[in-house]
Design a protein around this ligand. Sequence first.
Ligand SMILES: [Zn+2]
Length: 300
Amino acid sequence: MLFDAHTHLNFEKLTDEERRALAAEIEESQLVYIIDVADCVSSAKQALQDSDDYDWCYAAVGIHPDHASVYTDGDIEEIRRLAAHPKAMAIGEIGLDFYYGTDDREEQQELFRKQIRLANELRMPIMIHSRDANQLTMDILMEEGAFSEERKAWFPDRPAPGTMAPGAPGSDMKIPGEYTAAGDEPLRLVPDARVQMHCYSGSPEMAEEYVKLGATISLGGPITFKNGKKAAEAARRTPIEFLLSETDAPYMAPEPLRGRPNKPYYVEHVVRRMAMIKGLSYEETSRILTGNGKHFFDIP
Ligand SMILES: [Zn+2]
């Protein structure tokens, strides 16, 4: 049982035939759900088409910071309209990317702020892309109320750290995503701001800060890389209750497949690494991470 919490089945360079072939491979794999993430209006439409075509596919709709100098306010209105689709589960991916040049930094921040406001207005989860802009990303999220008490009140609470470890109350839940306590003991819960830090690349200390704010740390291929020590340390310090597994396919294939085009079901290698980091079995880890994904994206 595997969950890919950030992937691009809608990837524009795939032909319809290639997309169908990939979907057939997914159906043969251990994947139970994917979140097909948009980076612009046309990719959001394809992601929603994918979610119509496949039961196991849900979508995130939004405009990536790469489009900050070309998007229009009409595009944001279109995202608002697309977000009403029953399988649009989050606004994303949105955020800041200062890796390439500096000329559109103002526009990126404006686009980011507008879409946090949209997610707040629509009361939807937010999926964050942040590259070389760690502190500014956190500052803007805080300024725009992404971690406000008001926002947290819109979403069900999530299991507290330590509660999903084997033997803890609720840890023997039969259906992933349904956090009902076992026996007489009530399951301890904490507030959730439903903010996914996709492919988290900040410091392990900042990951701890995010978790305190109510965010969720989402990790992919880098935790399997030899030079991915920082991401692996973030995984180690983040309670498993606040982690998601992802691929960012077709980018960032995990070891031992690094360098190839990534595929959603390669998330298995990410989960195997997380299991090692957490000292849990692969089965237990995949079950918990699948439950986390179902809970975060409200998958029925
Ligand atoms: Zn992505």
